[in-house]
Design a binder for this molecule. Structure first.
Ligand code: DGT
Ligand code: CA
Ligand code: CA
Ligand code: ZN
Length: 583
């Protein structure tokens, strides 16, 4: 388990303890430890292996033991027992907006409510409104919350959110009453999954902007509408919040609502350390909370706010309190890759396996996009459900690709297809022999049928990396966001094997995958492992995923020079020969 997963479990333990009425000091210790872990500058596995966890502030012997157990076994007996000791209905209630452990306890104690169903019944009977600390309004909100929770899943893919947010933003931009506008929140930070969409606008007439906004197409329900704020549900069930502020406040509100919360906390502390106060309304020359315009430090842009706190501009993707402050102070923030740096892709499919388009259609489309190269890496024979190619068909495909390239050259085009394979990593070998792999321009290795054992998956991936013909490992954890958990694998060990063998790691830019996760790229980068941003396209339109992938690479702190497919065609050919050259 990595530190994010461990941190998540610690947070859950804190919540569960609170739910079972433990004393607040104990429950808070878990939350604090989780935050500490997320901010670690080195892999948790290393700290555990070297028994250095105890040196960290806030991590005592008991926490050390629990974290070690999680990292080493991926499980925690204490957590499982704690969870089992609490009625499942109470745990499910935590997912209703507006309900925290304290309220749930009160509901249980006074109304005998221990499930979402009973809560709904109690609300409908009007009993919740009579409870101290609840009231009529809370009761109505709870009922609505239950309804919404049922109707709409609470998390959404980044790509789905972008698809609905971008037209709204474009509309706001064209609205006359709007001066500036932007996305904020997790969407602006480019998180792979998003809870809700946050939009921010500045205006002299906020009421007008709100009225304009709630009338936009694609809004299926207006949940709340005030003079400066509105919350709506968009097609697809995504909630979207719009806030409208004055133009003077805009940069401060933008920084605040972009977050993350963890990042904001550090920004606030930096302000306090300089005798200032930072909040969503401004940066103030004051020792106390204030909104007094006379005390506001003049900051027309976000850059100015960072500047006032002795930092360079921190790109939104990096605002997770994952080391951006240390890097910023040292003036060592990365110069993040841009999607327009990408010149091709090294992992894609055609209708020879489970893709949609013919080789000719692909060459035509990708050349027209202005790309320089596009590798065809159809599935290998073991992936029979994906119509994987056997050796004979693959050799035939190589010839067809050579023919298409000859034709392109004849037409004076510089675009080229590359011949490759996405070869299955089987239990004890790869799906093709080395001599066939050696005939290919590009070899991508994938674990499509993983074991349930971490050690076994790790071993298979490392063995694939050690094959001199394998250029890269694809979608290394097999996760499908909001659908399928990653298979267990020791990522630091795989990363280290890639570093030792000169094997690249893929950042798969299919929006369900984004795998290897952005949280692991800084470590891969520190080991010198190169990244390939691959759309894993199954149809031509998937070329658009490159843009998302580049965004995710930015979130992983990657610069142009760490990415293979920013290279030109001749550069990438040379790089592809690189690993084999060492044989
Ligand atoms: P999401 O929507 O769950 O994917 O994540 P965010 O980050 O978009 O969170 P959201 O929509 O609840 O709030 C947007 C931003 O507002 C968040 O990133 C930081 C800021 N914010 C919200 N609540 C707090 C808070 O209690 N303290 C601080 N410092 N910032 C907050
Ligand atoms: Ca949000
Ligand atoms: Ca929000
Ligand atoms: Zn693939």
């Amino acid at each position: 388990m990595d530190k994010e997963q461990v941190a998540e479990i610690l947070l859950q333990i804190g919540t569960l303890l609170e739910l079972s009425g433990e004393n607040p000091f104990k429950t808070r210790a878990y939350g604090n430890a989780a935050r500490t872990l997320e901010g670690l500058g080195e892999p948790l596995a290393t700290l555990v292996a070297e028994k250095r966890l105890g040196e960290i502030k806030g991590i005592g012997a008991a926490l050390e033991q629990k974290i070690t157990e999680l990292v080493e076994t991926g499980r925690l007996k204490y957590y499982e027992e704690l969870k089992a000791s609490i009625p499942a209905g109470l745990i499910a209630m935590l997912e209703i907006p507006g309900l925290g452990p304290k309220k749930i306890q009160a509901l249980r104690k006074h109304l005998n409510v221990d499930s979402v169903e009973k809560l709904e019944a109690a609300c409908k009977a009007g009993k919740v409104a009579d409870l101290e600390g609840f009231g009529e309004k809370t009761q109505t909100n709870l009922l609505e919350g239950i309804e919404r929770h049922r109707t709409y899943a609470s998390k959404h893919l980044l790509s789905d959110s972008l698809n609905v947010a971008e037209p709204l933003l474009a509309a706001l931009r064209a609205c006359e009453a709007v001066i500036r506008c932007s996305t904020a929140g997790s969407l602006r930070r480019f998180k792979e999954v998003v809870g809700d969409i946050d939009l921010l606008a500045s205006s002299k007439t906020p009421v007008e902007v709100i009225a304009f906004f709630v009338a936009q197409p694609g809004i299926i329900k207006v949940i709340a509408q005030g003079d400066t704020k509105a919350s709506v549900i968009l097609d697809g069930g995504i909630q979207c919040d719009l806030r409208v502020v004055s133009d003077t406040e805009f940069p401060f509100a933008l920084a605040y609502f972009t977050g993350s919360k963890e990042h904001n906390i550090v920004m606030r502390q930096r302000a306090i350390a300089r005798g200032l106060r930072l909040n969503e309304y401004g940066l103030f020359r004051s020792q106390e909370e204030t909104r007094d315009p006379a005390l506001r430090v003049d900051c027309p842009t976000e850059e100015d706010i960072f500047g006032a706190l002795a930092l360079p501009f921190i790109p939104p993707e990096l605002r997770e309190d994952h080391g951006e402050f240390v890097a910023g102070e040292a003036n060592e923030l990365p110069r993040l890759i841009e999607w327009t740096d990408l010149k091709g892709s090294l992992h894609n499919h055609s209708n020879w396996s489970d893709g949609h388009n013919t080789l000719e259609e692909i060459a035509d489309y990708m050349a027209n996009l202005g790309l320089e190269y596009w590798a065809i890496t159809d599935h290998s024979k073991s992936s029979f459900q994906a119509n994987g190619l056997d050796a004979a068909r693959l050799r035939e495909q190589i010839q067809v690709i050579r023919g298409i390239n000859a034709k392109l050259a004849g037409q004076g085009s510089d675009f080229r297809l590359l011949a490759g394979s996405e070869v299955d990593i089987l239990k004890d070998r790869l799906d093709f022999d080395d001599d066939l792999l050696a005939e290919l321009d590009v070899v991508v290795a994938s674990l499509h049928v993983p074991s349930s054992q971490e050690a076994e998956n790790t071993k298979r991936l490392i063995r694939a990396a050690e094959n001199p013909h394998v250029h890269m490992l694809a979608h290394v954890t097999g996760r499908l966001l909001l659908r399928r958990e990653p298979y267990p694998v020791n990522l630091p060990a795989v990363i280290e094997a890639c570093a030792a063998t000169g094997t690249w790691l893929e950042l798969n830019c299919n929006p369900w995958r984004f795998d290897l996760d952005w949280r692991h790229w800084p470590y891969a980068r520190s080991k010198g492992v190169k990244c390939v941003i691959n759309p894993d396209a199954h149809r031509n339109e998937h070329a658009g995923y490159l843009r998302l992938g580049a965004g995710m690479a930015r979130k992983g702190w990657l610069e142009k020079k760490q990415v293979v497919n920013q290279l030109t065609y001749s550069g990438v050919l040379q790089a592809l020969r690189g690993k084999r050259g060492q044989i």
